[in-house]
Write a protein that binds this ligand. Structure first.
Ligand code: NAP
Ligand code: 8YV
Length: 319
């Protein structure tokens, strides 16, 4: 008997792909590579597999009359047109919680990297510069003031780790979390003005586009550092480059970019940045857990059993 067909809308992680291939025939981005073949295939597609960065527009979903689920390998799903999916009765799922620790770990790694100039120090030693003089002094992290933009699952995990470093913690979010014990600021600008390290960990999409703009960076100031582990779209990248070049802020640690995997040459050439390739959840353990959960959601969706982790907007759709 032939296996049911699913469409992969992005290059899938091997763990997720392998699990899917045990049950389904996976069509890798056929809608992009072979539109004619896709026209014939589309009515057979029962599920859509994506990543946190993948694009699933309503125009694609409209061509899939028998799709029963969109299963995203990632917690962020800003590339999915959720309203169109709901209108078509297709629930969207994601992989929250299982990656929270890793993303919080990398956020703290970037805080330490930019504050203590760890990558620059590594280069300094490798280049044989140590004998000819000491490096410039770094910025003390323990006891510094941390601002978190987005106090959700990952934001709270960052706060727990930062507490261990004796940092004072403040945050902004759409709503105040009175039980958090942390100081709330109603805007990113107000928060930035009061902290040394500003960590961004909101969802992407229209609601947060360029939330971190020139005004926020000015408020962060010449001794302040920006860390972005959210989405590239949340930061106005040109304003950030300007701020880094002009000394408006001290430096930045960036895991995500506006046009991934392209990173502007000007950003790559700056000394006061630490850059990582969207790898905050990229450990063997976590990628396996994400694959297991994304696969379980795909199986549940295509077999009509309860979904493990629908996105909040689709919770009612799956009752
Ligand atoms: P979450 O639990 O839903 O938390 C999101 C937080 O962002 C919430 O506190 C929310 O505020 C806040 N927020 C939303 N819109 C906002 C706005 N306009 N202004 C200020 N705050 C806003 O999500 P999570 O699990 O922590 O994940 C957060 C995001 O991290 C994901 O959506 C994804 O984009 C990113 N991420 C990146 C990586 C990576 O590899 N770099 C990995 C995983 C996740 P309220 O609480 O008031 O609603
Ligand atoms: C992943 C992410 O790198 O969960 C997210 O939202 O951005 C990351 O965990 C991504 O989804 C896998 O491509």
């Amino acid at each position: 008997m032939s296996k049911p067909d699913v469409l992969a809308v992005a290059k899938l992680h091997p763990f997720y792909l392998k699990a899917l291939e045990s049950v389904y025939t996976v069509h890798d981005r056929t809608h992009v590579t072979d539109p004619a073949a896709f026209t014939a295939l589309a009515p057979r597609i029962v599920g859509v597999a994506g990543t946190g960065e993948a694009s699933v527009p309503g125009s694609l979903l409209a061509q899939l009359p028998h799709a029963k689920v969109v299963s995203v390998f990632g917690v962020g799903y800003d590339g999915v047109d959720v309203a169109a999916a709901i209108a078509q009765g297709i629930p969207v799922t994601h992989t929250p919680d299982v990656l929270t620790d890793d993303v919080a770990d990398l956020a703290m790694g970037l805080v330490l990297s930019v504050g203590r100039t760890i990558p620059q120090a590594d280069q300094f030693v490798r280049a044989g510069q140590w004998p000819s003089g000491p490096m410039a002094l770094g910025r003390k992290v323990s006891g510094a003031r941390l601002g978190i933009v987005g106090l959700g699952r990952i934001g709270k995990a960052i706060a727990r780790r930062a507490s261990g470093f004796g940092m004072s913690i403040a945050y902004t979010a759409r709503t105040e979390k009175t039980d958090s014990g942390f100081q709330f600021f109603p805007s990113a600008t107000a928060l930035a003005a009061q902290v040394d390290f500003l960590v961004v960990i909101t969802p992407g999409g229209a609601g947060t586009k360029h939330l971190i703009n020139a005004d926020v960076l000015k408020a962060l100031g010449p001794r302040g550092f920006l860390i972005n582990v959210a989405r590239g779209s949340v930061v106005d990248e040109q304003a950030l480059v300007d701020a880094l070049q002009n000394g408006t802020i001290a430096g930045a640690g960036l895991d995500v970019f506006a046009n991934e995997p392209q990173v502007p040459e000007v950003l790559r050439g700056l000394r006061n940045v630490v850059l990582t390739p969207h790898m905050a959840s990229a450990t063997t353990e976590t990628r396996q857990a994400m694959a297991d959960l994304a696969f379980a959601n795909m199986q549940a969706g295509t077999s009509g059993t309860p979904l493990r982790t629908p996105v909040p907007e689709c919770a009612a759709l799956t009752k």
